[in-house]
Design a protein. Structure first.
Length: 429
């Protein structure tokens, strides 16, 4: 039986409506920005395999480091034990993360990195006898993951609808525009002294529709948040490791977070790993002679040595000048393409064309805005026919390629985007 049929008999895929799913495409291997199916057809991975891949698939340097580590130590309980890759990675991350962070807590994906951050923030206040600080402040349209705590601090949406009665109450505010400062202030005033932490995706709300917001008004907001002693949690799960240009999006903001969440590009996309970095002050509030202040959180694969080795290898590659140049190159290409081609071809049909770092996004003005818009299926299907893997968020089309993508491959993505109005007009819908 064909792999796709065997798959459909036994597998339940994420974010997939199986009633009308055409069947998963078996991928046999990956190389650079390309994924190859079992018949050898190549697809440009224009979404970096759910935003995780930085340096390309099957990267020999990362693969070699994982292999070497696997021969030494593949996994060990991380309570009484430690190991070189975990310590080295923590040292290196603390050296490059913005702000003044001094401890790394490991988990194994973006959602758990967020759960850890939220629990840390709540217990931070409890451990100081200030349990009244227990509310979380978050942005409308945010997305922080699919576990229950991470869903709670995400904007209420199609994704969270079935669980609405289970999610804890969160104080939501709009992303700052400069025009809504008073509105936001009145919300903060209403909850003064009760907010434990503010969680945000710095400058880019990704799954919420690749929405970019400005650093200036965000700095104003962060200033008042700091004045109220609210802990800041920067969710850099997507924005980390160069996606928005600088190594971390938070570098573009004046007020550093006391907690930062990382995952996705952390290992270059090769292994599952999550990190929650925090300040010394937070760590110290968890110290007590007995267990009364202990942070009771951990996962079986916390600080998995293979994942830590992959992350160290990815950092080596990121530190090379050629990698920084590639990030710059993609950014410049996107900007030129938007200015010289997309804004002209897309006139009337494309809206809100935008670029941040290596990410380009726009909306197709057809039907309802949002994830449920079925235009995504058509765009995805047409892209696959052209050897491109795109996964629009409803009517929001975006490119988020691995940094190793070649100029020819980027051009191919652009040519496809320019063809969208044509196939929509010729009755593709
Ligand atoms: C900003 C942000 N936070 C958290 C997550 C959750 O990460 P994971 O899918 O690894 O659980 C995501 C995933 O897209 C994300 O974009």
């Amino acid at each position: 039986m064909h792999l796709s049929e065997r798959d459909s008999q036994v597998i339940w895929h994420p974010y997939t409506q199986h009633q009308n799913h055409p069947g998963a495409i078996p991928i046999a291997r990956g190389e650079g920005a390309l994924l190859f199916d079992e018949n050898g057809h190549a697809y440009i991975d224009a979404v970096s395999s759910w935003w995780v891949n930085l340096h390309g698939h099957g990267h020999p340097y990362i693969a070699e480091k994982i292999y070497r580590q696997a021969l030494m130590l593949e996994q060990v309980i991380f309570t009484h034990f430690t190991h070189e890759p975990a310590v080295r990675l923590a040292e290196r991350l603390l050296g490059i993360l913005p702000g003044n962070l001094s401890k790394i807590f490991y988990s194994d994906n973006g959602s758990t990195a967020v759960e850890v951050a939220l629990k840390m923030a709540i217990q931070y206040w409890q451990n100081q006898g200030m349990g009244e600080r227990k509310k979380i402040l978050a942005f409308d349209n945010a997305y922080h993951g699919d576990t229950v705590g991470a869903m709670s601090v995400s904007g209420r949406s199609l994704f969270t609808r079935a669980f609405k009665d289970l999610l804890f109450d969160v104080v939501f505010i709009e992303t700052p525009t400069g025009l809504n400062a008073n509105k936001i202030k009145s919300v903060l005033d209403a909850h003064r002294g009760q907010i434990a932490a503010f969680i945000y995706e710095p400058l880019l709300q990704a799954a919420g529709g690749m929405r970019i917001y400005e650093a200036g008004p965000m700095d104003e907001l962060l200033k008042s948040i700091h004045q109220e002693n609210i802990l800041c949690i920067a969710d850099e799960v997507l924005t980390g490791f160069g996606r928005t240009g600088p190594l971390f999006a938070s570098e573009q903001l004046q007020y550093p977070a006391q907690i930062i969440c990382l995952s996705k590009g952390l290992t270059g996309g090769a292994m599952a790993l999550g990190v929650t970095a925090c300040s010394k002050k937070i760590f110290e509030t968890f110290l007590s002679p007995g267990h009364e202040k202990t942070f009771f959180h951990g996962h079986s694969f916390t600080a998995n040595p293979l994942a830590c080795s992959a992350a160290l290898a990815s950092l080596d590659l990121l530190e090379e000048k050629t990698c920084r140049d590639k990030i710059q190159f993609i950014h410049k290409q996107h900007e030129q393409f938007c200015k010289n081609e997309l804004s002209i071809t897309g006139r009337g049909l494309f809206d809100n064309i935008r670029v941040i770092g290596t990410i380009l996004a726009f909306e197709i003005k057809l039907g309802e805005s949002g994830y449920a818009n079925r235009i995504s299926n058509l765009v995805m299907q047409k892209a696959l026919e052209k050897g491109i893997y795109l996964r629009p968020l409803g009517n929001t089309v975006y490119l988020l390629p691995p940094y190793c993508i070649s100029p020819e491959q980027i051009r191919k993505l652009y040519d496809f985007i320019l063809s969208i109005p044509v196939f929509i007009e010729t009755g593709g819908l």
